[in-house]
Each structure stands twice: as C-alpha cells, then as structure tokens.
Design a binder for this molecule. Structure first.
Ligand SMILES: Cc1ncc(COP(=O)(O)O)c(C=O)c1O
Length: 421
C-alpha cells in the first residue's frame, strides 16, 4: 500500500462526475477483447467444450501462480465448497464452524450434506471470523472449520490454524474473494487443507459466467476431488463413490487464461485505489462519520471489496444519496446467515452474534475495481462528504474554494430527502 507522502487531490463539488459505476467489466474487456475472442474461437474450432486442454493448462498456471501443488477446477465457487466438504466426508450429525457474515454458499454447502453450520461472530474491525469465538464453538461433533477471507483479506490464520490442529479437524479456506491474497508470504488456498475459489465475474479473476476451483497441498484430497467433480467416475461408467457433475467449461478456462497474466497488476491497482480512498477520507475529515477499512500488515490484502462502516444508523440514507448521484454501491451482506429465513430451524436469534449483526446494518461497499479512475474516486468521496456536509481538513487544505459550498450541500441534502420520501 502506498505511503502517506502522497496528498489526496480533492475535487470542487461542482466538478464531481455525473456517475461512477460499482463495477465496469466492459473496461477490462475492451483491453482484452481481441485475445478473448481469439481464445473463444480456438475452443469452438477444437470442439472440446468440457474440461480438455485449456482446463488442464489453466490448472497448471494457477498452481504456479498460487504456489500450491494441486489445483482442481469445477463449475463454481459454491460447488468448490460442496466438493471440499464431500472430500472430507462431512455428513449428517456433523458440525462445521464458519462465520455468519459471508455469502450464502459458505453455509449452504454444509446444510446440503445434512451437517449443521455453527456460526461464529466476526472481529468488528476486519469483518473476519473471530478466532476466539471459533474456539468456543468447536465441539466434539465439529468436522471442519471454514474461515472466509472476506473482501480479499486473509482471516487470522495464526490463530485459526492452531485451533484446527488442536481439535484435529481440517481447515477449509473460503477464498472465493481472495485470489492472490497472502499470509506471511503464502497464498490463501495453500494455508489450510483445502481452498475454495470462485471465477464469478465480480471476483478479482472473473470469467464470462460461472466457474471455480479448489486447491490443496494433500495428494489424497486432490485425488478425491478430481473424482468427485466427475460423478466419482473412474474408469468411464464405473462409480466407486457418488460425486456430482461440476466441471469447468473449456471456454471459461480459455478466457481465464487470457486474464490470469494480468491478475497481479490488477491486484496492485486495487491496492492503489484502496490507498487513495484512505487519503481522500482523511482529506475530507470524514473519520467521525465513516470508518474506512484497514490494510493487513501480515499479508497482501487484494481488495475484492472496499467496505466502509457508516455511523449513527445512516448507512441506508447515505446509500440512497449515492444512488441518487449515480454512484454505485452494494451491501455485503444485509442479512447475516444465522438470521436467514431458510436457517430459522437452526434456532439462532437476533443478538446471538452482535458484531456480525452490527456490520450487516452499517457497512457499504464502494467501487474498487482496477480500472476505477482517480477522478471517479474523488467523486465517490466528494459525494459522501456532500451527504455529511463535511469539508476538507482546514489545516491541510486552506483553499476554501475547493470545499463543497453551502449551496451545493443544501442541494445535496434536498436530493437525499427527495429520494428517501
Ligand atoms: C465468500 C464466498 N463464498 C462462496 C462464493 C460462491 O462462489 P460462486 O458464486 O462462484 O458459486 C462466493 C461468491 O459469490 C463468495 O463470495
């Protein structure tokens, strides 16, 4: 992440842009268009549409990029989690400890196998699963722990790995949002027993549809996963175990192979964007109203999402204001998993996981994609400052002509009110 020597360049309110998208996949496609079209054409010419040479090559390239011995591709990140738990023979009567503040798939993989998810609370600063709560919730029936490297930041593996070892249970990393993130120099996916990744288009390495992959350092699990993704079939039409159909399409693999060489540079751009937001929030003196996310000193944060916390119950009001200004935002996630209707039978109640519930009410994701421009980021933070009526720090920014004028602020408040009513 960049040093504090750079000064945030703030923008007069009158110069803010008319719109900033949450994500603009078209900008990435515009640069790679010819290569991607050629790759798709090559697959169509070959007539090999499922698994095949592009998939094998992609798996090898990912194994090298992540420095992990085994990569097994599959049809989605959700399937990766399911396959991981199948390979670990999780089933009815078993418990799996995981955060409630995550995407649905982390928990549904557990329930689909008849096992019970045991939800742990999060650290309110990192939004990642709280190891102390994981330790409390690991019982004799626990068969796996799934930390989620949420938003691109690695969970506290220094604390979690010993808990798994002491309990004698495997650790499955939900790394769907964290490709190329590290912990003390090692990539996520190579830290626990199995890593689960997603190629969903919003991910840092996104395909043109669904896709995913698993990583493992264990030869036995790699062999099991390769069988499970093809109905447990080996040789053809002979089934010693029951798997599922979860293969990666060749077209996806060919497109992902075009993108993979750019992933490291795209990740650096995400890190630079995160640093720029930090400078802008400081320049506008918004610390009382908005808590910016922190970087991870023990590893590389890959910023799949840039998620702020909004104080005083004003998150939804701020979001409506930003939507009115055509600034894209998203809430990850408005309802924690332990309070989802479909899990009501598990018996969790409001108040059971206070840090999780508070995060669900207060957090808001801002645009962070690699191609996001500095003037767009200035617009995002300028619009947030407009909402709160905040100006730039007087000491650092004596040029009051660049502050939002009372007139502009009045207009902004009026606009927010209009949207709310
Ligand atoms: C944390 C997390 N786990 C699992 C998944 C599931 O991945 P997919 O959408 O590829 O099934 C996602 C993707 O949205 C995710 O963000």
């Amino acid at each position: 992440m960049s040093s504090g020597t750079r000064h945030a360049d703030t923008t007069p309110a009158s110069d803010l842009l008319p719109a900033v998208p949450l994500l603009a996949l078209d900008r990435q496609y515009a640069v790679l268009r010819d290569e991607i079209q050629a790759a798709i054409g090559r697959v169509c010419d070959s007539g090999r549409f499922v698994l095949g040479p592009d998939v094998t090559e992609l798996e090898a390239e990912l194994a090298k990029a992540l420095d992990v011995p085994h990569v097994i591709s599959c049809a989605s990140g959700s399937d990766a989690l399911l396959l991981a738990l199948m390979a670990l023979e999780v089933g009815p009567g078993d418990e799996v400890v995981l955060p409630s503040y995550t995407f649905f798939a982390t928990a549904s993989a557990v329930t689909r196998l008849g096992a019970t998810p045991i939800f742990a609370d999060i650290d309110p600063v990192t939004y990642l699963v709280d190891p102390a709560d994981v330790r409390r919730k690991v019982s004799r029936r626990c068969r796996a722990i799934i930390p989620v490297h949420l938003f691109g930041r690695t969970a506290d593996m220094d604390a979690l790995l010993p808990i798994a070892t002491e309990a004698g249970v495997p650790l499955v990393e939900d790394a769907a949002q964290s490709i190329l993130s590290t912990w003390h120099g090692r990539c996520t996916g190579a830290l626990g027993d199995i890593g689960c990744f997603s190629f969903y288009p919003t991910k840092n390495l996104g395909g043109a549809g669904d896709g995913g992959f698993l990583t493992t350092t264990r030869d036995d699990l790699a062999a099991a996963l390769r069988l499970l993704r093809v109905h447990g079939m080996e040789p053809r039409y002979y089934h010693d175990l029951i798997g599922i159909n979860s293969r990666l399409d060749s077209i996806q693999a060919a497109i992902l192979r075009v993108k993979l060489p750019h992933l490291d540079a795209w990740t650096t751009q995400r890190q630079e964007n995160a640093a720029r937001y930090g400078e802008l929030f400081a320049a506008y003196d918004l610390a009382g109203q908005v808590t910016a996310p922190t970087d991870e000193p023990r590893g590389r944060h890959v910023w799949n999402q840039y998620v702020i916390r909004v104080a005083d119950g004003r998150r939804d009001e701020l979001r409506r204001h930003l939507t009115g200004c055509k600034v894209g935002t998203e809430i990850y996630y408005p309802v924690p998993l332990h309070l989802q209707k479909c899990f009501a039978h598990l018996g969790w109640h409001k108040g059971d996981l206070p840090a999780t519930e508070q995060a669900a009410e207060e957090t808001l994701a801002l645009p962070i994609f690699p191609e996001l421009r500095a003037d767009e980021q200035r617009t995002v933070v300028g619009r947030i400052a407009e909402f709160f009526g905040a100006g730039r720090k007087a000491a650092r920014k004596p040029d009051s002509s660049r502050l939002p004028t009372p007139h502009v602020l009045r207009r902004a408040v009026g606009r927010a009110d209009e949207v709310i009513s």
